[in-house]
Design a protein around this ligand. Structure first.
Ligand code: CP
Ligand code: NVA
Length: 315
């Protein structure tokens, strides 16, 4: 069974197909007549809050002809201690796919290992692959133009990731950047540098440690095609918010820092943003900020991912 738990669950040529399909689905939205999820129900199991992910998946499943079923983890017996394995086996008897947002990445690996339907990672503390695919697609739309090769347009481009460089979005850029052939430089406090787990995964996949880390944000943004940031205190880290504000202050994407990137550089943020903390409002509003295109593209990319997984499951 094919799953989408991490960026590299699609091979490079499959990523090209996902991006191309997302471009078609975006262009023909609602008129493509493509209903690869016709007659199917896909369950969304969420343990954390969500605006973009939940709504884009629910809408996307409907647009592909299927029915979404939203389940709050605490309303399931899973929230009262039923095992992940039994939950996966039971739900696989009812639904055709699972979209899961949780804390521990191992939970989605265990769901995927025990169930018999595709599982999609809708964010864990470790990775957020739907977001980074959407972000890379958003950049590629601009760099490749309407007919160009989306994946090829990413090759050799530099991404500067600032702030909390040890959590899901940073890890997804490290792994995704490696898959897309991009140069990833991260900059944040040394005690929030990329951790051993992402390094172990890169080594296990024989990708090598091909990202850079620096505590100097100016060095990171120099020559960057894309400047990226995320909240300083992610979901589950709220109690550290005040300490992180002090620690990560120097990594705020100010207009001065953004101006030090390439003159045509894009600004991205997965959202939700905290203006005045990780990024200045004027950068969020900048003409080269593409934050709402990233949000929109979650819908098109995830539809393409689901169509591919449903096709693989039928084989
Ligand atoms: N970017 C993102 O995943 O947003 P939500 O938390 O609103 O789903
Ligand atoms: N790093 C953030 C991403 C939200 C989309 C979090 O995990 O809260």
């Amino acid at each position: 069974m094919k799953h989408f738990l991490k960026e590299t669950d699609f091979l490079p040529h499959e990523v090209g197909e996902v991006f191309a399909l997302a471009r078609d689905l975006k262009r023909d939205r609602g008129q493509s007549g493509q209903t690869p999820l016709a007659g199917q129900t896909w369950a969304l199991i969420f343990s954390k809050a969500s605006t973009r992910t939940r709504v884009s998946f629910e809408v996307g499943i409907r647009e592909l002809g299927g029915s979404p079923l939203f389940l709050n983890k605490n309303d399931l017996q899973l929230g009262r201690g039923e095992s992940i394995e039994d939950t996966a086996r039971v739900l696989s008897r009812y639904v055709h796919g699972l979209v899961v947002r949780t804390y521990d990445h191992r939970e989605i690996e265990r769901l995927a290992a025990s169930g018999s339907v595709p599982v999609i990672n809708a964010l864990t503390d470790f990775l957020h692959p739907c977001q980074v695919y959407s972000d890379a697609f958003t950049a590629a739309e601009r760099w490749a133009g309407p007919k160009g090769d989306l994946l090829a347009s990413l090759k050799g481009r530099k991404v500067a990731f600032l702030g909390d460089t040890s959590f899901n979005m940073a890890n997804s850029w490290i792994l995704g950047g490696s898959l897309f052939g991009m140069k990833v430089t991260l900059s944040g406090p040394v005690n929030h540098a990329p951790g051993p787990r992402i390094r172990t995964l890169l080594e296990a996949e024989k990708r090598g440690i091909d990202f850079q880390f620096t505590t100097d944000p100016m060095e990171a943004v120099r020559g960057a095609d894309l400047v990226y940031t995320d909240v300083w205190a992610s979901m589950g880290k709220e109690e550290e918010a005040s300490a992180r504000k002090t620690l990560m202050g120097p990594y705020s994407v100010t207009s001065k820092l953004f101006a030090a990137a390439k003159p045509e550089a894009l600004f991205m943020h997965c959202l939700p943003a905290h203006p005045g903390e990780e990024v200045e409002q004027c950068v969020l509003d900048h003409p080269r900020s593409v934050i709402f295109d990233e949000a929109e593209n979650r819908l098109h990319i995830q539809k393409a991912v689901m169509a591919k997984l449903a096709q693989a499951a039928r084989r």
